[in-house]
Design a protein around this ligand. Sequence first.
Ligand SMILES: [Zn+2]
Length: 89
Amino acid sequence: MYLFEVLGIHLGYPRCCIAAFDALGGALGNPKGAEAGEHTGFIPCPTCTDKVLSKEIALKDLIVNREHPNVFPIMKHEDLPEDIRNIYE
Ligand SMILES: [Zn+2]
């Protein structure tokens, strides 16, 4: 599993959005998703992006089973589990 998948699951990003992040190449390949993500670091997939931009769902309500202790969109490096932090360092 790649770091962005491990981190995405930890942060509660939906699987569809994690898969799209990989398939589209992050924000560069998904500028509309980057806009919907409001500089939180979370870039929703095209389907979720449409729901956010049409206000069908709030960005924060896409977050599911978040393991990170800080409320979305706060992500503190020091609060990441050690195994994830070790991949960064
Ligand atoms: Zn999605």
